[in-house]
Ligand binder design. Structure first.
Ligand SMILES: [Zn+2]
Length: 429
């Protein structure tokens, strides 16, 4: 059983790089915890030591020294670090890693501003993954996902989330969680459950996050503590005190317009923030704390400028979740200040094109038509309009639109196909 469990985890780690989508984590029941007890205690610490992790190139090479020494490999904490090291190596080699130097430098700067005494511990990785997620593993490896960056409206909201994650790290909540599970269910339950999870689709989270939170979720007490102290750090760093409850409220609202009835019904847990159960009382607690506070910066325009170059690919990934209700709510928030309307209108069109409900075709056409009146419209908007024209028999117009598409997207992957289509429509002669 021990060998099988270890093999499953190793296999899952080896194969997870190919995973493009994250499957929702199933609930781990108390029974499952109680049953998983036949792996020897030392298994949790058998992760081989890996070479010290070097910071990413895009982040400063001069940074404060780490606040923590690496724990002994044969300790339970050392086992957690080993798991985190493996996850970090996966992240570094992932095709979903965003390596853009300007984006990385900006996000690291914001993280450090709220991290205070543990700034030197952070190694940040930005991932193009369409879920609202951030995490900081026990070894200091931090992930921030595009689904979060699209949903934070400004730098203050991002700072609050990062402050929350950093507080989980600072308080060593992962270690506390592991010890709680061990005390309740036997010394090796943690490892056993993680290994068993390899067969049911949750291992992606383990590899991605490197934290036990991805399996068990932090306790409500840990979440509230991370909220409150994360709030304090963000406000002390000069950020808008209302950012935290505004962000959480937006996420709850987005959950309630989900296409998925189960997601809408789960009021106490916003599915787009799966590893940190989000409840109404947490939103209220932050709102009360901020009630009499004022001032603070949002740095909204600076934040938007930093993520602007990535709106197109990140929204493309968001559509792959096939939760058009949630993506539509996200687009409404992105459009709230009248910015980036070419991209927003194109993706509104994409929702309609992919959903194929009553009236969706007409709405898609309208959104694409509006999109191309803005300078930031993705080239694909012209391709879609060309497709509409061709289907409606407006061949000359289709040729013009498809030609414009190729002019605006000279490296388009479907160039040969589109050129052939233009030829069939009577163009290109
Ligand atoms: Zn949390």
């Amino acid at each position: 059983m021990r060998v099988l469990a270890a093999s499953l985890l190793a296999l899952a780690i080896a194969t997870s790089a190919a995973a493009q989508e994250v499957t929702p984590a199933p609930e781990v029941s108390q029974e499952a915890v109680a049953q998983a007890s036949d792996v020897a205690p030392q298994s949790i610490a058998t992760t081989p030591e890996v070479a010290a992790i070097e910071p990413q190139l895009a982040q400063p090479t001069v940074r404060p020294p780490p606040s923590r020494a690496r724990p002994a490999i044969d300790s339970d904490e050392g086992g957690l670090w080993g798991m985190s090291d493996r996850a970090e190596i996966e992240a570094r080699n992932s095709g979903q890693l965003e390596r853009d130097p300007a984006l990385n430098a900006y996000l690291y700067e914001v993280a450090c501003r709220v991290a205070d005494d543990v700034c030197g511990d952070i190694r940040l990785y930005v991932m193009n993954r369409p879920y609202f997620n951030a995490s900081m593993a026990p070894n200091g490896y931090m992930e921030v996902w595009s689904g979060l960056l699209l949903r934070a409206e400004d730098e203050a909201q991002l700072a609050f989330v990062l402050g929350h994650e950093i507080e989980h790290y600072r308080q060593q909540h992962s270690l506390a969680m592991m010890r709680t599970v061990r005390a309740r269910a036997g010394a090796a339950a943690v490892f056993s459950i993680i290994a068993a999870g390899a067969g049911v689709g949750i291992v992606g989270d383990i590899v991605y996050l490197g934290t036990l939170a991805s399996v068990f979720g932090f306790s409500r007490e840990n979440e509230s503590e991370a909220d409150q102290i994360g709030y304090d750090h963000a406000v002390a760093a000069g950020y808008d005190p209302h950012a935290g409850h505004t962000l959480w409220s937006n996420l709850v609202a987005e959950t309630q317009v989900s296409d998925n009835p189960d997601t809408r019904r789960r009021e106490t847990r916003a599915s787009i923030f799966r590893t940190h159960p989000l409840s109404a009382d947490r939103v209220e607690a932050l709102e009360e704390r901020a009630a009499n506070a004022s001032g603070g910066e949002t740095n909204r325009e600076r934040y938007r400028a930093a993520i602007r170059p990535f709106l197109d690919p990140w929204l493309r990934a968001d559509l792959r979740r096939r939760d058009y209700g949630q993506t539509a709510a996200l687009l409404d928030r992105l459009a709230a200040h009248g910015e980036d309307l070419g991209v927003v209108e194109y993706y509104r069109g994409e929702i309609n094109r992919l959903r194929r409900g009553d009236g969706d075709r007409e709405r898609a056409f309208q959104h694409y038509t509006t999109a191309i009146t803005y300078p930031d419209a993705p080239a694909a908007a012209w391709r879609e309009l060309g497709d509409f024209a061709a289907r409606d028999g407006r061949n000359a117009e289709a040729v013009t639109l498809l030609t414009t598409y190729l002019e605006r997207a000279p490296d388009a992957g479907d160039r040969a196909f589109v050129e052939a289509r233009i030829g069939q429509l009577g163009g290109g002669q």
